[in-house]
Design a protein. Structure first.
Length: 185
């Protein structure tokens, strides 16, 4: 008789264990999905901040416009390589961190009172920057990091003879302060 009372209890424990595992798996999947959606939103935000059309960004990354749209929606079925290509084309850099490092970085960013760098470089003020960022309006203001990315991604198109002293000074500052590759050699 005592064994009959134990069976429902064991069944309860087994069902409870399955339920707990289901909850844990869903929490982990939701966290992963949230990160994927955040990455897609950041990519879309960068593309729009640069004023780049989806078709141009996709072509520059070597993917289709449909794939870019899927990336910006955060779809998980898109290859990591496609995500990396788009990030490179838009001047974004991805890093890998442990969960603890990610939490520390997130906490540091949320307590940091400094605003991100404001765009202050007018593209039209620099002839080579204007030529390299042809898809942007000449009155567009960009940050140092965005200018660095434009120069580095398009270095093969730089016409060294057309760089005036004003643009050379900008590039030297980006080399010194932002770690830009020395393209002036």
């Amino acid at each position: 008789m005592q064994q009959l009372a134990v069976i429902p209890y064991l069944m309860f424990l087994k069902i409870y264990k399955i339920h707990i595992l289901y909850i844990i798996r869903n929490i982990m999947n939701n966290s992963f999905l949230t990160q994927q959606l955040d990455l897609g939103a950041k990519i879309a935000s960068q593309r729009k901040a640069l004023g780049v059309r989806a078709q141009s960004a996709a072509r520059s990354a070597g993917i289709s416009r449909v794939t870019l749209h899927r990336i910006e929606k955060g779809e998980t079925s898109v290859s990591l390589g496609a995500y990396l290509q788009v990030c490179h084309a838009l001047g974004l850099h991805l890093g890998i961190s442990t969960a603890d490092e990610g939490r520390a970085t997130h906490n540091q960013q949320s307590t940091n009172q400094l605003a991100p760098e404001d765009p202050h470089i007018r593209i039209g003020d620099y002839s080579q920057l204007t030529a390299l960022a042809w898809q942007l309006d000449v009155n567009t203001l960009i940050t140092d990091e965005q200018a660095r990315g434009i120069y580095e991604r398009n270095k093969r198109f730089l016409d060294m003879q057309q760089i005036d002293s004003h643009e050379r000074a900008l590039m030297q500052r980006l080399i010194a302060e932002k770690g830009m590759e020395n393209l002036l050699v």
